[in-house]
Every structure is written in structure tokens, then in C-alpha cells.
Design a protein around this ligand. Sequence first.
Ligand code: NCD
Ligand code: ZN
Length: 349
Amino acid sequence: MKTLTIIKPDDWHLHLREGLVLKNIIHFTSEFFGRAVVMPNTKTPITSIERARYYKKSIVEALPESSKFEPLMTIYLTDDTDKEELINGFKNNIFFAAKLYPANATTNSSYGVKKIENLYKIFESMQDNGMPLLIHGEVTDSEVDVFDREEVFIDKELSQITKRFPKLKIVLEHITTSYAVDFVQENNIGATITPHHLHINRNAMFFGGLNSDFYCLPVAKRENNRLSLRRAATSGKKCFFLGTDSAPHLRKWKAFCGCAGIFNSPVAIESYLTVFEEEDALDNFEKFASLNGPNFYNISPNLEKLKLVSRPNKVKEFIDVVEDENIVGQIKPFHAGEILRWQVEGIVN
Ligand code: NCD
Ligand code: ZN
């Protein structure tokens, strides 16, 4: 039986939601990840120090007893973001980073930024203070084809930002194209890569009828892009790191509106590992999962270790959302019903 022991990983892009869903899903991340960057696109977005404090408290309260997991909070940038509040929150360790959603680019992003140039003053302060900027990199103009939105964003917006703010610490989140892979490497920025974009291409959404289980934003692209993402993630290069973009949606909501988001946290590590094994790059997994992120953010890697074992691992069809011991909803995990080749054994010291 093959085994692998790595430094405990972190998840650099995660949606934890609130309330009952938060309480039911957080253990999937807190058990095996040291830290996670928590996205601020809650129903009422996290736009202030007060909201971030309150949200963090609810996350910590939802953690299993004696968990050492650390949520890293982000602020949701809007057209009205207050520079003082932003920088104060960063200096006082309330915000780990700021998240830029172009208005209406994705789930719960209607408060997002309408004109990115209006934030340039804010970017300048972030650059001066070393505050990271995390970007959902898609334009939202209805004339731009949904499959081209990442590339157009890079050309129209991101290339301007990197030119004007060469020292700003930028992460292009959940990249989906070989165009983004190249841009990240050439422009000295970071990028997170999700498990699902390493496994599926855009065909997945159209097999057996329209299938929103594989619909997320940015949407999966053509096969050549998936292959390029696999090469990038498994390369060990410092600019690419783990960010699941795990985004739970209750089954009934997926069925009702086909909302964007794939819930992968119950199988994220195993899902990535399958890819690294297929690419003959298991030796680089620790870099991607546990070292490159801390290196990018100038923080220490976790101290604990995680042991992984190669054995058949059947993924559940559904994850139940439970309230007072009653099942009140279900969420479909990525790889539902599949048998993966790896399993997390647990934390070792
Ligand atoms: C995310 C969500 O559901 O919050 N959805 C998604 O498709 N990835 C939002 C996001 O990161 O775009
Ligand atoms: Zn996301």
C-alpha cells in the first residue's frame, strides 16, 4: 500500500456559508486543513470589520471541539469600500486579504465592483501596506462569451492592474485557462487551482442532459485548458497553490436555479492526489498543497503532518444537512458515487 506524508495543507479559497450549512460542512475542511481563506460572499457580504468579526466568531463556534483550524477572513470590495476600514482591518489582523468580485460575476456578487478603476486608490494603499488582493477574474459584459470571460478580464483589467501596481500581491483565483497559466507566470502573481478544473472540461455539463452539478464559475473550459492547468498545478512552481473553491449549494437550490458552485471539500485532498498520481508528480503534491501558499503569503507552513494512503475510497452520493438530528437538506459532493484511489488517513505528529 502506497502512503504519503506531507505537511498539513491549507485551502487558499473556500466558501463556508453561514448557519446550518456552515455547521454541517466545516468539519470537512477543519479536520485536515490548517487554515483556509474564507470567501466573503455570504448573503449579506462581509464588507466591514464588524461583519468579519461576527462571521469569524460564527465559524469558530461551528468548529468541532479542540479544533486548531484557523479561518483567514477576507473583505468584499465594493464601490463604496472605505480605505481606512480596509487598511485598519488588515493591520489589526482582522482581514487577511481583500476579494474583488466584478459585479454579478458569480454567486452572491451583486454588491461587487462596477468599475474597477474606481478602486485604484484602494489598490495603491493595499500595495503600500502589503495587503493581498484576491481576484475573481471574469468580465461580466453580456456581449462577451461566457467561455472567454477570463481571458478578456486578463486583457482588459488584470494587465492594467499588474502594470500600475507591480508590487501589489495579487492572486488570480480558480484559474481555468492556459492563458491564465501563462499570465500568472509571466507577471509574478499567484493563482489558486481547484480540483474540479483539473478533472473536468466543459463537456461535463452537457452529458445526460444539462447537468448543473458540474457548473461553477469560472466555468470549465476546453480540454486543452484542463491539461494546461494539470501541468501547472503538478509542476511544483511556487506561483500555483491549492484553493478548492468548494462552494456548497443545497440540492433543492441546484435543482431549482442551477446555481454555480461545486462542493468538493469532502474529497478535495483525494481529488487533487488522484491528479498528481496520474501526472506522475506525487513528489510535488506537498509544494502545491502545503508550501507554495504560505511562501506566497510570507507565513509559516503548518507544523502538523497529514498521512495519505492509496486505497479505494468510495465517495458518498450526498452529504446530509442535519438539524436536531433530522435531515433537512442534501448537498452533492464532487466525485459523488465514484471510487477514488486515495484516502486521508489522518494527522500525524
Ligand atoms: C462560488 C459560490 O457559490 O459562492 N461559486 C462558484 O461557482 N465558484 C462563487 C465563486 O467563487 O465564484
Ligand atoms: Zn469561490
